[in-house]
Design a protein around this ligand. Structure first.
Ligand code: DX5
Ligand code: ZN
Length: 223
């Protein structure tokens, strides 16, 4: 188990109210969140369809929080320019969807955006090895992507520990983010693996007190 650090808390707008995005963004802000996580799904890479770059652009107009875009699409290279133009701060593509992942990372970084790569539960963390020196963020999927409200797959948490150890050994600079099924009950375990960013969709938005939920997830003592 590792020493705990300051957690970046990033609610996923996916579990918010799409008919009242302003209210959902306000809820995220009043809970002292650090980023907004935006799940872009294309109905091909994952079964679900959510929204595209216009949503990201419009949310950027009503908040100063960094926009953390998680692209769950095939051919992510076809969409990068649109999300850069929309004002994304982090753009994360899936290793499983990106044949030329290295080129995509370079392109994102050249634009001034931060570049992330995500892996689904069935992909080993070792498959990221060639990319590690270039990454700003690694997003570990702790559920099979496509939907909010699923249960966390605990074995995926070992990847955090592995990537955190490699980071200290080799001096890499990426943040490690965990996405899927995060809640107050499993948060401490996740934090102790060496996570930097905790994403929460349903546990945050479905809570009777989202700000308290946020505090519990990030490990703040006062709730
Ligand atoms: C799943 C998405 C997640 C999801 C998390 O495919 O990438 O960001 O919104 O939602 P919860 O926290 O409900 O699992
Ligand atoms: Zn996500």
């Amino acid at each position: 188990m590792k020493k705990e650090k300051r957690i970046i808390f990033a609610p996923s707008i996916l579990s918010g109210d799409f008919s009242n995005i302003k209210e959902s963004v306000k809820l995220i802000e009043t809970a002292n969140s650090d980023w907004i996580h935006l799940d872009v799904m294309d109905g091909v890479f994952v079964p679900n369809i959510t929204f595209g770059h216009k949503m990201v652009e419009d949310i950027g107009k009503i908040t100063n929080l960094p926009l953390d875009v998680h692209l769950m699409t095939v051919n992510p290279e076809n969409h990068i320019d649109d999300f850069i133009a929309a004002g994304a701060n982090y753009i994360t593509v899936h290793l499983e969807a990106a044949v030329h992942s290295h080129r995509i990372i370079q392109k994102i970084k050249e634009s001034g955006c931060k570049a992330g790569v995500s892996i689904v539960p069935g992909t080993p963390a070792s498959s990221l090895s060639e990319l590690l020196p270039f990454l700003d963020l690694i997003l570990i999927m702790s559920v099979n992507p496509g939907f909010g409200g699923q249960n966390l797959i605990e074995s995926t948490l070992d990847k955090i520990e592995y990537l955190d150890d490699l980071r200290s050994q080799k001096g890499y600079n990426y943040l490690i983010s965990i996405d899927g099924g995060v809640n107050r009950d499993n948060a401490e375990l996740i934090r102790k693996k060496g996570t930097d960013v905790m994403i929460s969709g349903s546990s945050f938005f479905k809570s009777a007190n989202p700000a308290a939920e946020a505090n519990l997830i990030r490990g703040n003592k006062q709730v």
